[in-house]
Design a protein around this ligand. Structure first.
Ligand code: FE2
Length: 362
């Protein structure tokens, strides 16, 4: 059995369904430093939806807004607020990937079909994953355009903040569903269990979660899956599930080469991050040993550090980027460590719970 049965090559893009893509694109450009590279909308003959393609490094977001009340995105936004609709993969053959996925137990969402314009055509198809989230398969067939047929080049440069790529994408699923979805990623996409955490690793006084990290055979696509665990009060996963109206993407981790530069820029641009108590930094030298970065600088920015057998990592978490406490971003810089910052879970979750309490959701 092949380790990559669907022949996934990479994440082609992450599509968000949002209420106002014009304003969202402004946020990702001015706050996160993405550049707008392509556009579809009324001006390009798209009567049903507007789409803005936002690029930085190898991270690519598509922000889509429905132009009509009957568009499926309109109902999605009503139920979930703004959120991730589709994590799309580039594959050798969308037809073959779709057929194989369905054979392996995936629920079909969109049958294979062509999309074309005067620059060529692509094939695409989609399957359902957790909640109302999709995985699309896209094969480009030598398509000449920069993104997909129907999009026109519309460059508006952002001021880059040093984002290199998407490191991992985390899904929250309901109580008792984590193992089912981990098995699904293993059976359907051929992913393997890369790491797992249970409530002994991830618990605070009030809330807990369990997590399994699924990864493809090259470890380049990582999808941790969280479920709530029993705690004394409502966990952050429960808050998400209530606010989003079910399972969905919880956070997207963006990898950077220099987290001090990146987070300094993001904070200057107004991106809000969680802060752990100052005591965290007093314990840090003993916990992580020598690192290249200045601890003073990390403390000033609120960047967290964790070390494991392979090396260390630096990470920081934004506050939710919508009014509903749902999707947020992580910024991560890796120095050997392939983990997810287990040593930071307690301090981090206590910080999240303080925010939940302010929202009246703890
Ligand atoms: Fe993460």
């Amino acid at each position: 059995m092949s380790d990559n049965p669907l022949k996934l090559k990479s994440i082609h893009h992450i599509e968000f369904w949002v209420g106002n893509a014009k304003q969202s694109s402004f946020y990702y450009r001015h706050a996160f430093g993405f550049s707008q590279t392509a556009y579809q909308g009324l001006e390009t003959g798209s009567r049903e939806q507007c789409g803005y393609v936002m690029d930085q490094g190898r991270a690519r977001f598509l922000l889509t807004t429905p132009l009509t009340a009957n568009h499926p995105a309109a109902e999605h936004i009503r139920r979930h607020g703004d959120g991730v609709h589709d994590i799309a993969f580039e594959v050798d053959s969308a037809d073959a990937a779709f057929a194989e996925a369905v054979k392996r137990g995936a629920r079909p969402a969109v049958e294979p079909h062509s999309v074309e314009d005067d620059r060529g055509n692509i094939r695409r198809a989609s399957i359902h994953t957790y909640g109302e989230t999709l995985h699309s398969f896209i094969s480009r067939n030598g398509f000449k355009g920069e993104f997909l047929p129907g999009f026109q080049t519309a460059p508006i440069a952002g001021r880059e903040t040093g984002v290199l790529r998407v490191d991992h994408i985390v899904g929250n699923v309901g109580l008792g569903e984590m193992n089912r979805w981990a098995d699904w990623y293993s059976n359907v996409l051929g992913f393997k269990r890369f790491l797992s955490f249970d409530d002994k690793d991830i618990s605070t006084e009030y809330s807990a979660l369990m997590s399994i990290v699924m990864s493809d055979d090259s470890d380049s696509i990582k999808f941790p899956i969280n479920e709530p665990a029993a705690g004394r009060k409502k966990s952050q996963i429960d808050e998400y599930l209530e606010s989003y109206g079910g399972a969905g993407v919880q956070h997207i981790a963006l990898q950077t080469r220099d987290i001090v530069d990146t987070v300094s820029a993001l904070q200057r641009n107004g991106v809000e991050f969680l802060r752990v108590p100052d005591a965290y930094y007093q314990l840090l030298p003993e916990r992580v040993g020598a690192i290249d970065e200045s601890l003073k600088e990390l403390e000033k920015l609120g960047v967290l550090v964790d070390r494991d057998q392979d090396g260390y990592l630096l990470q920081i978490f934004s506050k939710p980027v919508e009014d509903r406490p749902t999707l947020f971003f992580e910024v991560i810089e890796r120095h050997g460590s392939r983990g997810f910052g287990k040593g930071n879970f307690r301090a981090l979750f206590e910080a999240i719970e303080r925010e939940q309490a302010v929202r009246g959701n703890l």
